[in-house]
Design a protein around this ligand. Structure first.
Ligand code: KG4
Ligand code: ZN
Length: 357
């Protein structure tokens, strides 16, 4: 029964949470969305500076809300990869310092592993193997979770991440940043059949299409062309219908490939993770399709879909319960494939064993 305090600062949320096994004791998120909004996206330097300003206050609040003190904490976790390096550094350095000062183990966590673990917070009895559809601002993958820490990517996007496509289409429709929630809301009032849009497909050299890989850049370009065409003849622009048509195409593509992948690999449980997992249409379509195909579906509640530290703490609990922790010289990395996580850990262990700084 480990209790972990974890920090997540990989992008534009300063987040601190305390999790006892799979129970969330506190979950503090200081969002920087309003700060980055005028720029239409995240400005890395501004993000790091604001993490630095917010982090101590968030840590104090997490302890106060959980009503516990340092003696109840068994380990300190932080996201170490992937993400914005300057932003990651703030959380990782704060966590390492706390681990040193409070004499607790430090646990460096992969951000995507955190998104996978978000589902455990809502379904504590969840156990691998399962298939996770991971859909965020930077990633779109179908990950076979074979066992704790053992991941195989079965499908991924060949170009834009789905969250990125949402953000770009939202910019085209002047809906601001981040685009996902704005399109989701607007789409509820639009006609999803108004404009047929192409679903991205990846051709295979031997003919046919890749069954599990995604492509969203063609769809984004199609929306761009549609907007230009409509601007010339329709005023005002039917943005709700465009948003609904785009959202329907995305949700259908993600659902179809996820179900095919799960059935092909005999995986009867599907989980969702990442900011786009909050999407209402995706949740409905997946719910309907899993029921039809007698599969189990498990998705995190909305607060654990977008970036948060509870998911990072939940992954850290699992590591600590297995007797694993990270060296204090663990570096942050802007890119790291989740499939390489094992190698990443072996390297750490090796470094620790050989006492290499
Ligand atoms: O997981 P996340 O918070 O950060 C990353 O790790 O990238 O995901 C952020 C992404 C953004 O692109 C945002 O537009 C998208 O998730 N998003 C949504 C929704 N809520 C957030 N996309 C579609 N529908 C939503 N309801
Ligand atoms: Zn994320």
């Amino acid at each position: 029964m480990a209790t972990i305090l974890a920090l997540e600062t990989s992008c534009d949320e300063t987040a601190v949470a305390i999790v006892k096994n799979r129970k969330v004791l506190s979950n503090i998120v200081a969002s920087q969305i309003a700060i980055h909004q005028p720029y239409g996206g995240v400005v890395p330097e501004i993000a790091s500076r604001h993490h630095l300003e917010a982090i101590n206050h968030c840590i104090d609040r997490a302890l106060n809300v959980a009503k516990i003190d340092w003696s109840d904490i068994d380990g300190i976790g932080a996201t170490c990869a992937p993400g914005l390096v300057g932003a990651l550094l703030v959380g990782a350095t704060a966590a390492k310092t706390l681990a040193m000062v409070r004499n607790k183990p430090f646990l460096g966590i992969h951000h995507l592993e955190g998104h996978i673990y978000a589902s455990y917070l809502c379904k504590p009895q969840l156990q691998p193997p399962f298939l996770c559809l991971l859909v965020s601002g930077g990633h779109t993958s179908l990950i076979h979770v074979k066992a704790h820490g053992q991941y195989k990517t079965l499908g991924k996007t060949r170009d834009d991440a789905v969250g990125e496509a949402y953000d770009k289409v939202a910019r085209l429709l002047n809906l601001g940043y981040p685009g996902g929630p704005a399109i989701d809301k607007l789409a509820q009032t639009g006609n999803s059949q108004a404009f047929p849009l192409p679903e991205g497909k990846i051709s295979l050299p031997e003919g046919g299409y890749h069954p599990y890989d995604f492509s969203f850049s063609g769809l984004k370009t199609a929306v761009q062309r549609l907007v230009r065409k409509l601007e010339q003849k329709t005023a005002p622009l039917p943005i709700a219908d465009i948003a609904a048509s785009f959202q329907e195409t995305v949700a259908k593509s993600l659902t179809r490939k996820t179900i095919t992948c799960a059935l092909d690999h005999n995986l009867n449980t599907i989980t969702l993770g990442g900011g786009v997992a909050a999407n209402s249409r995706l949740r409905t379509l997946l719910q309907n399709s899993t029921e039809k195909n007698h599969l189990r579906l498990c998705f995190p509640s909305l607060e654990f879909c977008t970036d948060n530290a509870a998911m990072i703490a939940c992954a850290a609990v699992e590591h600590l319960n297995r007797g694993y922790n990270s060296p204090l010289n663990m570096e942050v990395q802007s890119r790291l494939n989740i499939a390489d996580i094992l190698e990443f850990r072996l390297n750490e262990r090796e470094r620790e064993r050989m006492k290499i700084d």
